[in-house]
Design a protein around this ligand. Sequence first.
Ligand code: 5GP
Length: 190
Amino acid sequence: MQLLEDRVLKDGVVREGSVLKVDSFLNHQLDIPLFVEMGREFARIFDGCEINKVLTIEASGIAIACFAAQQIGCPVVFAKKSRTKNIAGDLWHSKVESYTHGKIYDVVVSRDFLGPNDRVLIIDDFLANGAALTGLINMVQQSGATLVGAGIAIEKAFQPGGDLLRSRGVRIESLVRIKSMSPETGIEFC
Ligand code: 5GP
């Protein structure tokens, strides 16, 4: 998606540890016209897939998921990072290691909001090692829902998550794919 590539080049900041900061338009301050276009693009890519639920993970995936769901015409469910150790029986749950914080979270979704009648599109802001996506896919599988695919705003294609999950048959569509990046040389797209 040219608009997003241009914005990443203009305002993205590459940090040590292969972290791209996009706080000025995607992760902290949100550029709403850009989100509208991203939502339209996800709806176009997954047109005809009969999606009835968009699933994401708090916090940064939620806004993007909302714009996609508005275009698709379905609700958003977001997985919550649980703070309690006792996992109640009415929840789907999974463990996810956070890329940016290094912590392992229990993430949960109520069984009321994800089940066998759902056709699910997963949306997230970044794909790096694939931990967040794997955790969400895990909950879709537990629930008996059908996974249509995953829509990612920014895939860091030099990290293994995308290849790994595609090799397992997951349809992953990323709006931009970064081939390489470093604070010294900047960003190169695939
Ligand atoms: P993964 O689980 O695929 O390793 O990482 C994806 C998750 O980590 C995303 O939900 C995103 O919030 C965060 N993340 C991964 N890489 C980056 C990055 O370079 N920049 C930012 N801002 N978040 C990232």
